[in-house]
Design a protein around this ligand. Structure first.
Ligand code: 5GP
Length: 361
């Protein structure tokens, strides 16, 4: 296969509902169209449109959520998204999603998450490690079984979950998400994300929940600087999150602060171009951060919505900025340092990258 697909990769910024396959989305939309709940051709047009502003992206998400938010579908798309990332040799995936409540179909934030966990367990063609604690005596994930799995050459992917707080939510709703994350620490939930339309909501609304998350030992990543908002960017950086995503509209002072705090940045090249947050890829802040050796990691953001893949993001960075394969492999490997998963996983990933280096020669 293709070298970039063969290279092991770490994906740290992927939204579940943004990573949905086009084919699945269209299939689900067609079904709802037949039932008369939506007009299929309207949906088809929005889905097939390739370039959308950030504002339009959030309209599309409202539509996607209308189509995907029931337990069965959440389970299905979780399973498919993991299979798709594993197929291009993503060996560690931090998948983020916003727990949603919908009383009319008996959905609570907890039952939404349960549906996600069922999706993790439904994956069959790949061995999924989501840090699940197994009862004593169970053979499910003990070492002998793992050896059998690896002898049979089944691929393995480590998956950890981040629960997203949507900027439309209240302090109470955000707090509920953090409490849910704490209850599900043993099921692979390692952190909290703040996302949703950056034109909406105020930092002070989310701060109490984010502070609480940090105090309780959860890692936090923030969508930061997707639109110009100098005060908010300063406040976010001063919070010293575990990572930030995007960082498109940072000013001189912000860059200085970001670099002195050494906060890793999740870089989403295609997403930033598609949403017109960055005018063209060659002027992307990736270049400066890479050259100044600031911690960065390449990510897809929404592989479905933006029609990309992590391999594609690596190809794009390599070709745009003239970086060689060896350096790109190092960039992929260095992402291990910024994962929210524990030291045990980090060691495993180091091993995976080391043995792949030999094969990639
Ligand atoms: P979900 O959390 O429903 O699994 O994934 C979709 C959600 O992720 C969107 O409704 C939105 O809240 C968030 N999201 C996806 N892409 C972006 C992005 O580029 N920027 C921001 N701020 N949020 C996003």
């Amino acid at each position: 296969g293709n070298w970039w697909q063969m290279m092991p990769k770490v994906e740290l910024h992927a939204h579940l509902n943004g990573s949905i396959r086009d084919t699945t989305l269209l299939e689900l939309a067609r079904e709802l169209g037949e039932k008369g709940s939506i007009v299929f051709s309207d949906v088809e047009q929005v889905i097939m449109k390739n370039d959308r502003s950030l504002r339009e992206v959030f309209k599309l998400f409202d539509l996607i959520h209308l189509i995907t938010t029931d337990h069965k579908t959440v389970t299905r798309i979780t399973k498919e998204v993991i299979e798709d990332f594993a197929a291009e040799n993503v060996v560690y995936l931090e998948l983020r999603t916003t727990p949603k409540r919908n009383a009319s179909i008996g959905m609570s934030k907890e039952s939404y998450l349960q549906a996600v966990l069922e999706g993790l367990m439904a994956v069959k063609n790949v061995d999924v490690d989501f840090g699940q604690e197994v009862n004593e005596g169970s053979t499910g994930n003990s070492h002998p079984t793992n050896d059998v799995c690896c002898l049979s050459n089944k691929k393995k992917i480590y998956v950890r979950l981040l629960l997203s707080i949507d900027r439309r939510e209240s302090t109470e709703a955000a707090m509920e998400t953090v409490e849910l994350a704490l209850r599900l620490k043993r099921s692979g939930v390692v952190g909290i994300d703040l996302s949703g339309n950056p034109a909406i909501g105020e930092w002070k609304t989310f701060l109490p929940a984010l502070k609480f998350a940090k105090e309780e030992g959860l890692s936090v990543t923030l969508h930061c600087g997707e639109v110009p908002n100098s005060q908010e960017v300063h406040a976010m950086l001063d919070f010293i999150p575990g990572r930030i995503g995007h960082a498109c509209f940072l000013e001189e002072d912000h860059w200085r602060k970001l670099k002195s705090y050494k906060i890793p940045v999740e870089i989403c090249l295609t997403s930033n171009i598609r949403t017109e947050s960055i005018s063209s890829v060659d002027v992307h802040h990736f270049a400066d951060l890479y050259e100044s050796r600031h911690p960065i990691t390449l990510c897809t953001d929404d592989s479905g919505v933006f029609s990309t893949s992590l391999s594609n993001e690596f190809v794009l960075a390599a070709s745009t900025f003239g970086i060689g394969k060896k350096e790109m492999y190092e960039l992929a490997r260095d992402a291990i340092n910024f994962i929210f998963g524990g030291d045990g996983v980090k060691e495993k990933l180091e091993e995976i990258f080391a043995s792949a280096a030999v094969e990639l020669e």
